[in-house]
Design a protein around this ligand. Structure first.
Ligand code: NAD
Ligand code: IPM
Ligand code: MN
Length: 360
Protein backbone atom coordinates (compact mmCIF):
# COMPACT_ATOMS: atom_id res chain seq x y z
CA UNK A 1 0.00 0.00 0.00
CA UNK A 2 1.18 3.49 -0.88
CA UNK A 3 2.11 5.42 2.27
CA UNK A 4 2.48 9.21 2.13
CA UNK A 5 4.78 10.61 4.78
CA UNK A 6 3.46 13.99 5.90
CA UNK A 7 5.30 16.44 8.15
CA UNK A 8 2.74 18.43 10.12
CA UNK A 9 3.72 21.89 11.32
CA UNK A 10 0.61 23.16 13.06
CA UNK A 11 2.32 26.38 14.14
CA UNK A 12 0.72 29.20 16.08
CA UNK A 13 -2.64 30.73 16.95
CA UNK A 14 -5.43 29.07 14.97
CA UNK A 15 -2.85 26.94 13.10
CA UNK A 16 -3.23 23.90 15.41
CA UNK A 17 -7.02 24.34 15.51
CA UNK A 18 -7.45 24.14 11.75
CA UNK A 19 -4.71 21.59 11.08
CA UNK A 20 -6.34 19.11 13.49
CA UNK A 21 -9.38 19.16 11.23
CA UNK A 22 -7.26 18.83 8.10
CA UNK A 23 -5.52 15.75 9.49
CA UNK A 24 -8.86 14.32 10.59
CA UNK A 25 -10.21 14.69 7.06
CA UNK A 26 -7.12 13.24 5.34
CA UNK A 27 -7.11 10.26 7.71
CA UNK A 28 -10.75 9.60 6.92
CA UNK A 29 -10.10 9.77 3.17
CA UNK A 30 -7.25 7.25 3.43
CA UNK A 31 -9.37 4.88 5.50
CA UNK A 32 -12.25 5.04 3.04
CA UNK A 33 -10.00 4.54 0.04
CA UNK A 34 -8.06 1.63 1.49
CA UNK A 35 -5.41 1.87 -1.22
CA UNK A 36 -3.17 4.44 0.41
CA UNK A 37 -2.35 5.70 3.85
CA UNK A 38 -0.88 8.77 5.52
CA UNK A 39 1.81 8.74 8.16
CA UNK A 40 1.71 12.05 10.03
CA UNK A 41 4.73 13.26 11.98
CA UNK A 42 4.21 16.35 14.11
CA UNK A 43 6.81 19.04 14.61
CA UNK A 44 6.26 21.49 17.48
CA UNK A 45 7.89 24.36 15.63
CA UNK A 46 6.65 27.92 15.77
CA UNK A 47 6.67 30.89 18.10
CA UNK A 48 6.37 28.96 21.36
CA UNK A 49 9.28 26.81 20.28
CA UNK A 50 11.18 30.02 19.49
CA UNK A 51 10.56 31.43 22.95
CA UNK A 52 11.92 28.21 24.49
CA UNK A 53 14.79 27.44 22.13
CA UNK A 54 15.67 30.73 20.47
CA UNK A 55 14.90 29.34 17.02
CA UNK A 56 11.76 28.72 14.98
CA UNK A 57 12.64 25.13 14.06
CA UNK A 58 15.24 22.56 15.04
CA UNK A 59 18.75 23.19 13.74
CA UNK A 60 18.48 20.23 11.38
CA UNK A 61 14.85 21.06 10.58
CA UNK A 62 15.25 21.42 6.83
CA UNK A 63 17.24 18.20 6.61
CA UNK A 64 14.58 16.39 8.63
CA UNK A 65 11.74 17.73 6.49
CA UNK A 66 13.49 16.71 3.29
CA UNK A 67 12.65 13.08 4.03
CA UNK A 68 8.90 13.68 3.80
CA UNK A 69 6.56 13.52 0.81
CA UNK A 70 4.75 16.72 1.79
CA UNK A 71 4.40 19.30 4.53
CA UNK A 72 1.02 20.31 5.99
CA UNK A 73 1.29 23.72 7.61
CA UNK A 74 -1.23 25.59 9.77
CA UNK A 75 -0.07 29.16 10.35
CA UNK A 76 2.89 30.97 11.83
CA UNK A 77 3.14 34.18 13.84
CA UNK A 78 2.37 35.29 17.37
CA UNK A 79 2.46 38.54 19.28
CA UNK A 80 5.76 38.61 21.16
CA UNK A 81 7.91 37.34 18.29
CA UNK A 82 8.70 39.78 15.48
CA UNK A 83 6.86 38.66 12.34
CA UNK A 84 9.91 39.01 10.11
CA UNK A 85 11.74 36.50 12.30
CA UNK A 86 8.91 34.00 12.76
CA UNK A 87 7.96 33.98 9.09
CA UNK A 88 11.42 34.08 7.59
CA UNK A 89 12.84 31.37 9.83
CA UNK A 90 10.04 28.89 9.26
CA UNK A 91 7.56 29.44 6.43
CA UNK A 92 9.70 31.40 4.00
CA UNK A 93 12.83 29.36 4.57
CA UNK A 94 10.91 26.15 3.80
CA UNK A 95 9.53 27.65 0.57
CA UNK A 96 13.03 28.67 -0.46
CA UNK A 97 15.12 25.71 0.65
CA UNK A 98 12.73 23.29 -1.01
CA UNK A 99 12.54 25.43 -4.13
CA UNK A 100 8.74 25.58 -3.92
CA UNK A 101 8.73 28.16 -6.63
CA UNK A 102 5.08 27.74 -7.59
CA UNK A 103 2.48 29.06 -5.20
CA UNK A 104 -0.80 27.81 -6.64
CA UNK A 105 -3.80 29.60 -5.17
CA UNK A 106 -7.32 29.00 -6.42
CA UNK A 107 -9.63 32.02 -6.26
CA UNK A 108 -12.95 30.41 -6.94
CA UNK A 109 -16.41 31.24 -5.69
CA UNK A 110 -17.65 27.84 -4.58
CA UNK A 111 -21.34 26.96 -4.61
CA UNK A 112 -22.88 28.43 -1.48
CA UNK A 113 -19.95 30.73 -0.66
CA UNK A 114 -20.77 34.39 -0.08
CA UNK A 115 -19.28 37.25 -2.05
CA UNK A 116 -19.57 40.96 -1.34
CA UNK A 117 -19.69 41.63 -5.09
CA UNK A 118 -23.04 42.23 -6.70
CA UNK A 119 -24.12 41.82 -10.28
CA UNK A 120 -21.83 38.92 -11.04
CA UNK A 121 -22.44 35.24 -11.68
CA UNK A 122 -20.83 32.59 -9.50
CA UNK A 123 -18.79 31.26 -12.40
CA UNK A 124 -17.34 34.73 -12.99
CA UNK A 125 -14.98 34.19 -10.05
CA UNK A 126 -12.90 31.21 -11.10
CA UNK A 127 -9.21 32.01 -11.30
CA UNK A 128 -6.00 30.17 -10.54
CA UNK A 129 -3.18 32.35 -9.29
CA UNK A 130 0.32 31.17 -10.06
CA UNK A 131 2.41 33.25 -7.72
CA UNK A 132 6.21 33.28 -8.07
CA UNK A 133 7.31 31.92 -4.70
CA UNK A 134 11.10 31.88 -4.59
CA UNK A 135 12.49 35.33 -5.35
CA UNK A 136 11.22 38.72 -6.54
CA UNK A 137 10.35 41.15 -3.78
CA UNK A 138 10.79 38.29 -1.24
CA UNK A 139 14.39 37.48 -2.21
CA UNK A 140 15.56 38.64 1.20
CA UNK A 141 18.29 40.76 -0.32
CA UNK A 142 19.04 44.06 1.31
CA UNK A 143 20.70 45.83 4.19
CA UNK A 144 20.22 48.24 7.04
CA UNK A 145 22.90 50.88 6.85
CA UNK A 146 23.97 53.17 9.68
CA UNK A 147 21.32 51.73 12.01
CA UNK A 148 20.41 53.86 14.96
CA UNK A 149 21.88 57.01 13.46
CA UNK A 150 20.08 59.90 11.84
CA UNK A 151 21.43 58.59 8.51
CA UNK A 152 19.88 55.15 8.78
CA UNK A 153 18.82 53.54 5.51
CA UNK A 154 16.83 50.42 4.71
CA UNK A 155 17.46 48.71 1.37
CA UNK A 156 15.23 45.88 0.12
CA UNK A 157 16.12 44.60 -3.30
CA UNK A 158 13.78 42.90 -5.71
CA UNK A 159 15.54 40.02 -7.42
CA UNK A 160 14.14 38.83 -10.74
CA UNK A 161 16.32 36.23 -12.43
CA UNK A 162 15.77 34.96 -15.96
CA UNK A 163 15.73 31.44 -14.55
CA UNK A 164 13.13 32.39 -11.93
CA UNK A 165 10.85 34.35 -14.26
CA UNK A 166 11.02 31.87 -17.10
CA UNK A 167 10.16 28.84 -15.02
CA UNK A 168 7.11 30.36 -13.32
CA UNK A 169 5.79 31.89 -16.53
CA UNK A 170 6.32 28.62 -18.36
CA UNK A 171 4.52 26.72 -15.61
CA UNK A 172 1.55 29.09 -16.01
CA UNK A 173 1.51 28.73 -19.79
CA UNK A 174 1.55 24.94 -19.50
CA UNK A 175 -1.38 25.06 -17.08
CA UNK A 176 -3.32 27.45 -19.31
CA UNK A 177 -2.69 25.20 -22.32
CA UNK A 178 -3.73 22.07 -20.42
CA UNK A 179 -6.92 23.66 -19.15
CA UNK A 180 -7.71 25.54 -22.37
CA UNK A 181 -7.82 28.84 -20.50
CA UNK A 182 -6.43 32.32 -21.00
CA UNK A 183 -3.33 33.49 -19.14
CA UNK A 184 -3.01 36.93 -17.59
CA UNK A 185 0.32 38.34 -16.46
CA UNK A 186 0.18 40.98 -13.71
CA UNK A 187 3.17 43.29 -13.34
CA UNK A 188 4.09 46.95 -13.01
CA UNK A 189 6.46 47.84 -15.80
CA UNK A 190 5.52 51.51 -15.86
CA UNK A 191 7.08 52.21 -12.46
CA UNK A 192 9.38 49.26 -11.76
CA UNK A 193 11.51 50.04 -14.77
CA UNK A 194 14.03 47.22 -14.37
CA UNK A 195 12.39 44.23 -12.74
CA UNK A 196 8.93 44.41 -14.21
CA UNK A 197 10.05 45.46 -17.68
CA UNK A 198 12.20 42.32 -17.56
CA UNK A 199 9.22 40.24 -16.37
CA UNK A 200 7.06 41.58 -19.21
CA UNK A 201 9.78 40.84 -21.76
CA UNK A 202 10.08 37.24 -20.58
CA UNK A 203 6.29 36.85 -20.59
CA UNK A 204 6.26 37.88 -24.27
CA UNK A 205 9.24 35.65 -25.10
CA UNK A 206 7.84 32.53 -23.46
CA UNK A 207 4.39 33.33 -24.84
CA UNK A 208 5.75 33.03 -28.37
CA UNK A 209 6.06 29.28 -27.71
CA UNK A 210 2.36 29.08 -26.83
CA UNK A 211 0.47 30.68 -29.72
CA UNK A 212 -2.60 28.64 -28.74
CA UNK A 213 -2.88 30.39 -25.34
CA UNK A 214 -4.76 33.69 -25.26
CA UNK A 215 -2.83 36.17 -23.13
CA UNK A 216 -3.48 39.44 -21.35
CA UNK A 217 -1.16 41.71 -19.45
CA UNK A 218 -2.29 44.11 -16.74
CA UNK A 219 -0.63 46.58 -14.45
CA UNK A 220 -1.18 45.49 -10.86
CA UNK A 221 -3.21 48.53 -9.84
CA UNK A 222 -5.64 48.06 -12.72
CA UNK A 223 -5.73 44.32 -12.05
CA UNK A 224 -6.84 44.95 -8.44
CA UNK A 225 -9.63 47.15 -9.75
CA UNK A 226 -10.74 44.62 -12.39
CA UNK A 227 -10.76 41.76 -9.88
CA UNK A 228 -13.59 43.63 -8.17
CA UNK A 229 -15.31 45.23 -11.14
CA UNK A 230 -15.03 42.43 -13.68
CA UNK A 231 -13.51 39.26 -12.19
CA UNK A 232 -14.43 37.06 -15.16
CA UNK A 233 -11.52 38.59 -17.07
CA UNK A 234 -9.15 36.40 -15.08
CA UNK A 235 -8.64 32.67 -15.61
CA UNK A 236 -5.02 31.60 -15.09
CA UNK A 237 -2.96 34.43 -13.61
CA UNK A 238 0.82 34.63 -13.24
CA UNK A 239 2.43 37.28 -11.08
CA UNK A 240 5.31 38.13 -8.80
CA UNK A 241 5.73 37.10 -5.18
CA UNK A 242 4.47 40.28 -3.49
CA UNK A 243 1.74 41.08 -5.99
CA UNK A 244 0.52 37.49 -5.72
CA UNK A 245 0.46 37.73 -1.94
CA UNK A 246 -1.67 40.86 -1.96
CA UNK A 247 -3.99 39.92 -4.81
CA UNK A 248 -4.79 36.50 -3.35
CA UNK A 249 -6.01 38.11 -0.11
CA UNK A 250 -8.17 40.31 -2.34
CA UNK A 251 -9.22 37.13 -4.10
CA UNK A 252 -10.14 35.59 -0.74
CA UNK A 253 -12.25 38.63 0.08
CA UNK A 254 -14.39 38.18 -3.03
CA UNK A 255 -14.73 34.41 -2.71
CA UNK A 256 -15.86 33.68 0.82
CA UNK A 257 -13.12 35.16 2.96
CA UNK A 258 -9.86 34.07 4.55
CA UNK A 259 -11.51 31.02 6.04
CA UNK A 260 -11.94 29.57 2.56
CA UNK A 261 -8.65 30.39 0.82
CA UNK A 262 -6.06 27.67 0.22
CA UNK A 263 -2.64 27.46 -1.33
CA UNK A 264 -0.09 24.91 -2.45
CA UNK A 265 3.65 25.64 -2.44
CA UNK A 266 4.92 23.34 -5.14
CA UNK A 267 8.28 22.04 -6.17
CA UNK A 268 7.03 20.75 -9.53
CA UNK A 269 10.11 18.61 -10.13
CA UNK A 270 9.36 16.78 -6.86
CA UNK A 271 12.99 16.92 -5.89
CA UNK A 272 11.87 18.33 -2.53
CA UNK A 273 8.65 18.09 -0.54
CA UNK A 274 5.85 20.49 -1.43
CA UNK A 275 3.88 22.30 1.25
CA UNK A 276 0.11 22.74 1.62
CA UNK A 277 -1.47 25.41 3.78
CA UNK A 278 -4.41 27.73 4.21
CA UNK A 279 -3.30 31.17 3.07
CA UNK A 280 -4.52 32.88 6.20
CA UNK A 281 -2.34 33.68 9.19
CA UNK A 282 -2.47 32.67 12.84
CA UNK A 283 -5.38 35.08 13.50
CA UNK A 284 -4.48 35.97 17.09
CA UNK A 285 -7.74 37.91 17.30
CA UNK A 286 -9.79 34.69 17.28
CA UNK A 287 -7.25 32.07 18.42
CA UNK A 288 -8.28 29.71 21.22
CA UNK A 289 -12.01 30.33 20.78
CA UNK A 290 -12.71 27.37 18.47
CA UNK A 291 -14.26 29.66 15.88
CA UNK A 292 -11.60 29.45 13.14
CA UNK A 293 -12.94 28.18 9.86
CA UNK A 294 -11.09 24.95 8.94
CA UNK A 295 -12.44 24.79 5.36
CA UNK A 296 -9.42 26.59 3.88
CA UNK A 297 -7.27 23.87 5.42
CA UNK A 298 -9.61 21.19 4.06
CA UNK A 299 -9.25 22.79 0.63
CA UNK A 300 -5.45 22.66 0.97
CA UNK A 301 -5.82 18.98 1.94
CA UNK A 302 -7.71 18.59 -1.34
CA UNK A 303 -4.79 20.18 -3.16
CA UNK A 304 -2.47 17.69 -1.44
CA UNK A 305 -4.62 14.78 -2.61
CA UNK A 306 -4.50 16.13 -6.18
CA UNK A 307 -0.72 16.42 -5.91
CA UNK A 308 -0.48 12.76 -4.91
CA UNK A 309 -2.60 11.76 -7.90
CA UNK A 310 -5.69 11.13 -5.77
CA UNK A 311 -7.76 13.60 -7.78
CA UNK A 312 -10.98 11.72 -7.16
CA UNK A 313 -10.67 12.46 -3.44
CA UNK A 314 -9.45 16.01 -4.05
CA UNK A 315 -12.60 16.71 -6.04
CA UNK A 316 -14.77 14.94 -3.46
CA UNK A 317 -13.54 17.28 -0.73
CA UNK A 318 -14.41 20.35 -2.81
CA UNK A 319 -17.88 18.92 -3.45
CA UNK A 320 -18.35 18.38 0.27
CA UNK A 321 -17.20 21.91 1.10
CA UNK A 322 -19.80 23.15 -1.41
CA UNK A 323 -22.51 21.00 0.15
CA UNK A 324 -21.71 22.33 3.62
CA UNK A 325 -21.71 25.92 2.35
CA UNK A 326 -24.97 25.44 0.47
CA UNK A 327 -26.73 23.74 3.35
CA UNK A 328 -25.52 26.51 5.65
CA UNK A 329 -26.11 24.64 8.92
CA UNK A 330 -22.56 23.88 10.00
CA UNK A 331 -20.59 27.06 9.43
CA UNK A 332 -18.21 29.06 11.59
CA UNK A 333 -19.00 32.69 12.51
CA UNK A 334 -16.95 34.19 9.64
CA UNK A 335 -19.56 32.62 7.34
CA UNK A 336 -22.48 33.65 9.51
CA UNK A 337 -22.82 30.40 11.48
CA UNK A 338 -22.33 29.32 15.09
CA UNK A 339 -20.46 26.05 14.60
CA UNK A 340 -17.11 25.37 16.21
CA UNK A 341 -14.00 24.50 14.23
CA UNK A 342 -14.16 20.81 15.14
CA UNK A 343 -17.85 20.56 14.28
CA UNK A 344 -17.10 21.68 10.74
CA UNK A 345 -14.31 19.08 10.47
CA UNK A 346 -16.68 16.41 11.85
CA UNK A 347 -19.29 17.40 9.29
CA UNK A 348 -16.79 16.92 6.45
CA UNK A 349 -15.98 13.46 7.82
CA UNK A 350 -19.66 12.59 8.30
CA UNK A 351 -20.37 13.47 4.68
CA UNK A 352 -17.33 11.55 3.41
CA UNK A 353 -18.50 8.45 5.23
CA UNK A 354 -22.15 8.87 4.24
CA UNK A 355 -21.13 9.19 0.58
CA UNK A 356 -18.96 6.10 0.79
CA UNK A 357 -21.87 4.17 2.29
CA UNK A 358 -24.10 5.46 -0.50
CA UNK A 359 -26.34 7.27 1.99
CA UNK A 360 -26.08 10.67 0.30
P1 NAD B 1 -4.67 36.66 9.40
O1 NAD B 1 -4.89 35.94 8.13
O2 NAD B 1 -4.16 35.85 10.53
O3 NAD B 1 -6.06 37.33 9.85
C1 NAD B 1 -6.72 38.33 9.10
C2 NAD B 1 -8.21 38.34 9.50
O4 NAD B 1 -8.84 37.18 8.97
C3 NAD B 1 -8.42 38.29 11.01
O5 NAD B 1 -9.53 39.09 11.34
C4 NAD B 1 -8.74 36.83 11.28
O6 NAD B 1 -9.56 36.62 12.40
C5 NAD B 1 -9.44 36.41 9.99
N1 NAD B 1 -9.20 34.99 9.72
C6 NAD B 1 -8.04 34.45 9.25
N2 NAD B 1 -8.16 33.13 9.13
C7 NAD B 1 -9.40 32.80 9.51
C8 NAD B 1 -10.11 31.58 9.60
N3 NAD B 1 -9.57 30.40 9.27
N4 NAD B 1 -11.39 31.61 10.07
C9 NAD B 1 -11.97 32.77 10.38
N5 NAD B 1 -11.36 33.97 10.31
C10 NAD B 1 -10.07 33.98 9.88
O7 NAD B 1 -3.69 37.88 9.09
P2 NAD B 1 -2.99 38.94 10.07
O8 NAD B 1 -3.90 39.26 11.20
O9 NAD B 1 -2.50 39.98 9.21
O10 NAD B 1 -1.74 38.15 10.65
C11 NAD B 1 -1.70 37.49 11.92
C12 NAD B 1 -0.38 36.76 12.07
O11 NAD B 1 -0.27 35.71 11.10
C13 NAD B 1 0.86 37.63 11.82
O12 NAD B 1 1.84 37.18 12.73
C14 NAD B 1 1.25 37.34 10.40
O13 NAD B 1 2.61 37.58 10.12
C15 NAD B 1 0.92 35.88 10.33
N6 NAD B 1 0.63 35.35 8.99
C16 NAD B 1 1.02 34.05 8.78
C17 NAD B 1 0.69 33.42 7.60
C18 NAD B 1 1.06 32.01 7.42
O14 NAD B 1 1.54 31.37 8.33
N7 NAD B 1 0.84 31.40 6.27
C19 NAD B 1 -0.07 34.10 6.64
C20 NAD B 1 -0.45 35.43 6.90
C21 NAD B 1 -0.11 36.03 8.09
C1 IPM C 1 1.07 34.23 2.68
C2 IPM C 1 1.60 35.03 3.83
C3 IPM C 1 3.13 35.06 3.80
C4 IPM C 1 3.57 35.67 2.48
C5 IPM C 1 3.76 35.83 4.95
C6 IPM C 1 3.21 35.36 6.26
C7 IPM C 1 5.24 35.82 4.90
O1 IPM C 1 1.07 36.31 3.83
O2 IPM C 1 1.40 33.05 2.57
O3 IPM C 1 0.27 34.78 1.90
O4 IPM C 1 3.60 36.90 2.34
O5 IPM C 1 3.87 34.91 1.59
MN1 MN D 1 -0.51 36.58 2.40
Amino acid sequence: MEKYKIAVIAGDGIGPEVITEGVKVLSCVAKLDGGFDFEFTYFPWGCEYYLQHGRMMAEDGIETLSGFDAIFLGAVGAPGVPDHISLWDLLLIIRKKFDQYVNLRPVRLLEGAPTPLSGIRREDINMTFIRENSEGEYAGSGALLYPGTDREVAIQNGVFSRHGCERIIRYAFELARREGKSLTSISKGNALNYSMVFWDKIFTEVGAEYPDVKTYSYLVDAAAMFMIKDPKRFEIVVTSNLFGDILTDLGAAISGGMGLAAGANLNPERKFPSMFEPIHGSAPDIAGRKVANPLATVWSASQMLDFFGQEKWGARLIEIIEEILTEGKTLTPDLGGTAHTDEVGDEVVRRLVARAEGKI
